[in-house]
Design a binder for this molecule. Structure first.
Ligand code: PLP
Length: 493
């Protein structure tokens, strides 16, 4: 006996003539749902197609189509001369329906330890904005979209089907060669293109490193304050992440040695410490490399925005000083082009390349070969360097305007030094009673997208400051935005 009377059944089968889904599809979905939810048990008889069509005010063909599909799926079965019945896979034998939101609470479906660590990484969700003053976001409106589009279309038109497959593990040789030339010219890094793995941004490189090189419980020394998503990736794979303070020469290796046992890996942003902006001294670099040599540990050199230096020449990458193959150099196109491109690279010692390439294939396959090829052409044609040069001069100008506006309007609220690199500066709150998080929340309400320095701290207790991205703020708006921010902060005093 059906648990539902025909009237009740009809009331559940509400069809919407204005829906984009055809009526037979709606009917099919509704009956399937009723069966899955156990409202109609195995063997329950469905109304004859003519009867149901009449009751629902639809054509008989609509009902027949729905029934036929459900018979094919075995939710229903027909018995010649007898009618249509709920099939033997009826949900009366299935477990009762549960609310999806209660799934993690059920013992039999408990989450992994890794999933629990994921839930501690919520702060990364705030990292995706693009409004003015958002730190680290390039001038997206300046991206040469038409050059990119024509390069992309040439790649599609002229390379046949070559790039429509998965592509070679670790990436296209053509792009590796272009990157090898770029890092040699810009960062002094001499590298065989075969040492490069093309990744979906720097973040995938961090994940690959953690996945491939770390056992649960391995120690990682990490900058504090430091790059949240990098730190969380290490934590996610079970590393015991130890926070190391930053002094005026960068990562304080002396504090690390005094506080913690030896690590398996050290994570650094030596050319422009994230988020404080300090350039690591040469002496400190040598000290860390010596330590890594004598203690056999890896160094990750995250060189995320080194193309943007406004005064003097940058120190070459630390990777140039590594003669033991212990530095894993990571670069990104998120700052020089745009973050939505999701392209970056990992330069690894030759013995590690295959492991990283296989790991990448297992995790996510390659980055799109069409995109890789487009980028390779874009670099080889000179468009990449031209764009970097143009952005360097634009950002330097925007930095001047931001710095002058802060000096003019907010000197009594913040102290700040003019950075000579990167895409943001830090304005430190003079009033010790203010905390940077609520200050930023009030500034966000005014349509300005700065970030609190405290967000990047693990254990570090440093002054309260806000990070102001100058690269994505149009020149003519910067002073007004600073004045607006100034009013908001004064209102909090
Ligand atoms: C310190 C640091 N490293 C690397 C990156 C680049 O990450 P991705 O290439 O995954 O966009 C960022 C992005 O904000 C960053 O802040």
């Amino acid at each position: 006996m059906p648990r539902q009377s025909r009237g009740a059944l009809l009331s559940t089968l509400q069809l919407d003539a204005n829906s984009r889904a055809p009526l037979y599809r709606q009917l099919e979905d509704a009956i399937r749902r009723i069966v899955i939810d156990g409202e109609l048990p195995t063997g329950a008889r469905l109304p004859a197609s003519r009867q149901l069509a009449e009751d629902l005010g639809v054509s008989r063909l609509t009902v027949k189509n729905a029934y036929e599909q459900l018979v094919t799926e075995q939710f229903l079965e027909t018995r010649p001369g007898a009618g249509t019945f709920v099939g033997r896979i009826s949900a009366t034998e299935l477990a009762p329906a549960v609310e999806l939101s209660s799934v993690p609470a059920r013992k039999s479906l408990s989450l992994s330890q890794r999933a629990n660590r994921i839930s501690q990484s919520r702060s990364v969700l705030r990292l995706g904005g693009t409004k003015p003053f958002r730190p680290g976001v390039p001038a997206l409106d300046q991206f040469p979209s038409s050059i990119w589009a024509s390069t992309h279309s040439k790649v599609l038109r002229h390379s046949g089907t070559d790039n429509l497959g998965y592509g070679p593990p670790g990436g296209l040789l053509e792009l590796k060669q272009a990157i090898a030339n770029h890092v040699q010219d810009h960062r002094g890094v001499r590298v065989d293109p075969l040492q490069i793995i093309i990744t979906a941004g720097a973040q995938q490189a961090f994940v690959l490193i953690a996945f491939t090189l770390l056992n649960p419980g391995d120690r990682v020394w990490f900058e504090d304050p430091g790059h949240i998503a990098g730190r969380d990736a290490m934590h996610l794979f079970g590393a015991d992440v130890k926070s190391v303070q930053i002094d005026n020469e960068g990562f304080d290796i002396n504090q690390a040695v005094a506080s913690y046992p030896d690590p398996q890996l050290i994570f650094l942003t030596p050319s422009h410490q994230h988020p404080l902006g300090i350039t690591m001294s040469l002496e400190r670099r040598m000290q860390i490399i010596d330590y890594a040599k004598s203690h056999n540990c890896w160094i990750v050199e995250d060189d995320y925005d080194s193309e943007f230096r406004y005064q003097g020449r940058a120190l070459p990458a630390m990777q140039c000083m590594d003669n033991q193959g212990q530095i894993l150099y990571v670069g990104s196109f998120s700052k020089t082009l745009f973050p939505g491109l999701r392209l970056g690279y990992l330069i690894a010692p030759p013995v590690m390349v295959e492991a990283f390439s296989v790991a990448q294939t297992l995790m996510s396959q390659n980055v799109s070969p069409v995109l890789q090829k487009t980028l390779a052409r874009f670099i080889d044609d000179g468009a990449y360097n031209a764009h970097i040069r143009k952005m360097r001069s634009l950002y330097s100008h925007r930095l001047d305007i931001m710095h002058n506006s802060l000096s003019k309007h907010c000197n009594d609220l913040f102290h700040f030094t003019k950075t000579d690199a990167g895409m943001h500066l830090v304005a430190w709150l003079r009033d010790r009673k203010l905390s940077d998080q609520p200050v930023c929340e009030s500034i966000w309400d005014a349509g300005i997208d700065c970030l609190p320095v405290s967000m990047y701290c693990d254990k570090a207790s440093i002054d309260q400051g806000i990070m102001l991205g100058f690269s994505c703020a149009p020149e003519h708006e910067i002073e007004n935005l600073i004045m607006r921010m100034d009013r908001v902060v004064r209102g909090l005093l």
